[in-house]
Design a binder for this molecule. Structure first.
Ligand code: DAH
Length: 340
């Protein structure tokens, strides 16, 4: 064997070993076969593995790989033959007729993917990440945001109260005030997080859902900055042809307020394109001076804009999912389609 190339030698050993395994009449004979090929001291395959160190660096990887392959094949054959001698019922749970186990690869949840993607765009536009507590007070959730407690949004019908004036935040907007309290302008933050409402669980509502809040405050921020930033976001998220529309709306904490809609251009597999309908993606507006004053900012000096969007809705539009609940039911057959 000395003159033989080690790869050829290994292939020959593989045939010899498999034949010897098949021919072994009983468990003792099988053990002898194991020792003669894989025994640590004198095993014929082990010896080649041990010789690796003295081989040239060019030769070593290929021989090492082949030796390990042959070793693996022989080990499996030994184990399988061993079962023949163990008798019925003593197979130790190894059933070679079972299909192989799949290899599972985890992936990010589609809503997490949407949050990450949206965050990436705003990060590139110069925003930083902010967060606030999910259990918050009436002050941060409503009053600081210029929303009186007799406003319908503050009603127990809509909001999940914990104790007294503490509740599960019904939107991410309280992060606005929590950030303004801590920092002075310029402020440019994005705050994704969970929010909670007394909503019936149906195709378009879940009582817990993700929101992404944005807030920009500085001297000289105008409606132009507001529109341009959100239009730029929409183009980066959905593609350069995306149009944006600002519809007048009302939120207590913005003045003027808007609902932002997008119209996307979809390219079909045959290359032709189609414009979608207008789709609402967020509420937004110029920060109300009363909110700035609540934060202790001089509303004559500073202005800003804010927005709040639902990434689940956005992911739903992007992937053509028609029922929001499927995002939360943890059916792996659904989630695996978004493998990253
Ligand atoms: N907080 C609002 C909601 O949950 C969304 C929203 C609207 C956030 C306008 C804002 C905004 O920051 O400016 O419905």
């Amino acid at each position: 064997m000395t003159d033989q190339n080690p790869i050829e030698a290994l292939k020959a050993l593989e045939v010899l070993a498999l034949t010897a395994i098949a021919d072994a009449p009983d468990a003792d004979a099988l053990e002898d076969v194991r020792v003669s090929f894989l025994g640590r001291k004198e095993g014929r395959i082990s010896l080649i593995l041990r010789d690796l160190g003295s081989m040239s660096p060019e030769e070593r990887p290929a021989v090492g790989q082949e030796a390990n392959r042959v070793k693996g094949v022989v080990c499996v054959a030994l184990e399988a033959r061993d079962l023949d001698f163990a008798g019925p019922g003593a197979a130790g749970g190894l059933d070679l007729t079972l299909p192989a186990r799949g290899v599972w690869q985890g992936g990010l949840h589609p809503i997490t993917q949407a949050v990450d993607e949206i965050w990436g765009i705003f990060r590139d536009l110069g925003f930083t990440r902010a967060r606030g507590p999910e259990a918050d007070t009436e002050w941060y959730n409503f009053e600081a945001l210029n929303t009186p407690l007799d406003h319908p949004a503050a009603d127990e019908q809509d909001t999940l109260y914990l104790v007294d004036s503490v509740l599960l935040r019904s939107h991410t907007s309280p992060v606005q005030m929590r950030t303004m309290e801590k920092y002075q302008p310029p402020i440019r933050i994005l705050a994704p997080g969970w929010v909670y409402r007394r909503d019936t669980y149906d195709a378009t509502h879940t009582p817990a859902f993700m929101q992404i809040e944005g807030l920009v405050i500085d001297e000289g921020i105008t409606f132009v900055d507001f529109k341009a930033t959100l239009a730029e976001f929409a183009r980066r998220y959905w593609g350069p042809g995306t149009q944006t529309r600002f519809r007048p709306s009302f939120f207590p904490f913005t003045e003027p307020s808007a609902e932002v809609d997008v119209k996307r251009v979809i390219t079909r597999p045959d290359g032709s394109t189609e414009e979608t309908d207008w789709l609402e993606i967020m509420g937004a507006g110029m920060v109300d001076p009363a909110v700035l004053e609540n934060a202790g900012y001089d509303s004559e000096r500073y202005t800003g804009f804010a927005f709040g969007m639902g990434p689940a809705r956005i992911a739903k539009l992007k992937h053509g999912v028609d029922d929001l609940r499927t995002f939360f039911e943890n059916d792996v057959r659904f989630l695996a389609q978004f493998g990253s």
